[in-house]
Unconditional design. Structure first.
Length: 154
């Protein structure tokens, strides 16, 4: 791939990344491996910072609040509320086009962090802001489990 930033500028060549077979599959790296291993066991990990006490999600080695590297994974309760959502009626990208319509949502975990996910286990029109939800994991590829949320049975 070659990019030019301005007319007459020297071309910058960047190596091509290998094509991914599916857009919904994560890239599992050393830093995120514990998260994906826990997901395969049906457990949701979030990160806790020893430096400032903040918790965050998605898995990363540095605290986004204080930049400390004293971050350790902790198991979350797996419950939360729908903070906001959108029902997706059109998406041409496989495999999402096979799931239409689906609900893309921002869920606020009981522990505080918010994360992007899909709401499953109910009709899209049943989803409302403030709805209590519970984490569930579904295998989407050989050994790869994705995090979804469904209505909580209170």
């Amino acid at each position: 791939m070659t990019e030019k930033t301005t007319p007459g500028a020297k071309a910058v060549t960047r190596p091509r990344q290998p094509a991914r077979s599916r857009a919904d599959l994560p890239t599992v790296e050393a830093e995120t491996r514990p998260y994906w291993e826990a997901a395969a066991q049906g457990r949701l990990l979030i990160a806790s910072c020893a430096g400032c006490g903040a918790v965050h999600h998605y898995p990363r080695v540095m605290c986004p609040s204080c930049w400390s590297e004293e971050v350790t994974p902790v198991e979350a309760e797996g419950t939360g509320t729908v903070y906001t959502y959108s029902t997706v009626h059109r998406n041409d990208l496989p495999p999402f086009n096979e799931r239409l319509p689906y609900v893309a949502a921002l869920v606020e975990l009981t522990e505080g962090p918010r994360l992007m996910t899909n709401i499953v286990g109910c009709a899209p029109e049943e989803v409302v802001i403030g709805m209590r939800v519970r984490a569930r994991f579904e295998e989407i590829d050989d050994g790869v489990h994705a995090l979804y949320f469904s209505p909580a049975a209170d």
